[in-house]
Design a protein around this ligand. Structure first.
Ligand SMILES: [Mn+2]
Length: 356
């Protein structure tokens, strides 16, 4: 698991080493986090037949040493490539073919890279890396279960305190504050969308009075570098019979999509089954049905129209159908599941319509 996939690939294809980097102090490189357990500035070199090397600024040495990589070097030169070149020479690494991850490689950096590795063949392994990360190890699933437990508790606390909140932004701030207070990050800014605002799936919470009607709350934390993702829709006020009906409709569709998510199944087919179950509401369902979750909030598989991705054993994915009636209402119900013999729930909050 993990970095061993990468060694296999390098050996099988006879590539000399794989190269990853992150230079943004506020950003991160998901593959570097995945392979090293270290989230920060630095470069990672994974040679075909030698131990991986992590090069970090002096100030990050202590933090980097706590990760999974034994060979950590503190940069002794001001320029990253000066240090990299010294280490490559010292380690006797060939550089005939170098693998890079184009999804986390910017053009400016690529120009420096090219200058430093003239005459080298470059192979993009970004898709390979996404595929490695799609199938989780036992340890990753254990970590994710803990993360989802914590996130469930926070979301449930926000829902039970709903009456104390006056605005959408107050609820999103509460969710994020609780996550921070407990030492977690957030996997994306919490979405709270009340009344007609919920008809935009990615509404940005505002500090105006909460609207009555459906209120969509989409929230996730990061726990030990792994994301969580869950959406619940509550009702603020007293729902009409047609409100209840539309909610029940979406809930039954969501449950049937989970039943249709079978081991080895085709993701495009699961999406299609959702659209056909939604019937007349399908034109009000404007996004993908689900996505993989891991170090990144959106990873493989893609559960969208025409997706050829498969629901592999030990993949973690969301099922999140929604109905969005323009300028009127929005409802989304999202669970995250791990594929065992059948899908097993990571999110455990009740999905019965909660009237707050
Ligand atoms: Mn999601």
């Amino acid at each position: 698991m993990g970095i061993n996939h990468l060694f296999e690939l390098l050996q099988e294809k006879n590539f000399d080493f794989a190269f990853f980097y992150n230079l943004e102090s506020t950003g991160s490189n998901p593959n570097m986090i995945y392979f090293t357990g270290y989230n920060g500035i630095g470069a990672l070199i994974v040679p075909k037949n030698k131990k991986p090397i992590l090069i970090v600024p002096k100030m990050e040495y202590g933090r980097a040493k706590k990760g999974k990589i034994e060979n950590v070097y503190a940069m002794d030169k001001k320029k990253l490539f000066d240090s990299i070149n010294i280490i490559i020479k010292k380690s006797n690494l060939k550089k005939k073919t170098i693998c890079i991850d184009s999804a986390n490689f910017n053009l400016q950096f690529f120009r420096h890279f090219r200058k430093n590795f003239k005459g080298t063949r470059i192979k993009d392994i970004s898709l390979d890396c996404l595929k490695f990360r799609q199938v989780k190890s036992y340890e990753e699933i254990q970590t994710m279960r803990k993360g989802f437990n914590q996130a469930d508790k926070i979301l449930s606390k926000a829902v039970s305190n709903f009456k104390d909140f006056k605005t959408e932004s107050e609820i999103s701030a509460f969710l994020e504050y609780e996550a921070k207070k407990q030492g977690y990050g957030i996997s994306f800014p919490a979405i709270v969308a009340s009344g007609k605002n919920a008809s935009e799936p990615h509404h940005e919470p505002s500090n105006v009075k909460l609207n009555g009607g459906f209120c969509v709350i989409d929230f996730g934390i990061t726990y030990k570098n792994y994301c969580t993702d869950c959406t619940r829709t509550v009702y603020n006020g007293s729902p009409s019979i047609s409100d209840k009906k539309i909610y029940e409709k979406l809930l039954s569709v969501q449950k049937s999509c989970i039943d249709n998510s079978i081991l080895g199944g085709n993701c495009g087919k699961v999406y299609e089954s959702c659209v056909s179950r939604l019937g007349k509401y399908s034109k009000y369902f404007t996004h993908g049905l689900g996505h993989g979750v891991g170090v990144e909030i959106h990873e493989l598989p893609n559960i969208t129209i025409n997706s050829k991705d498969k629901l592999l054993e030990h993949s973690v994915f969301t099922i999140e159908p929604g109905i969005y009636l323009p300028n009127k209402l929005g409802i989304r119900i999202e669970d995250t599941l791990v594929m065992e013999k059948k899908p097993s729930f990571l999110t455990r909050l009740s999905k019965d319509l909660l009237i707050v």
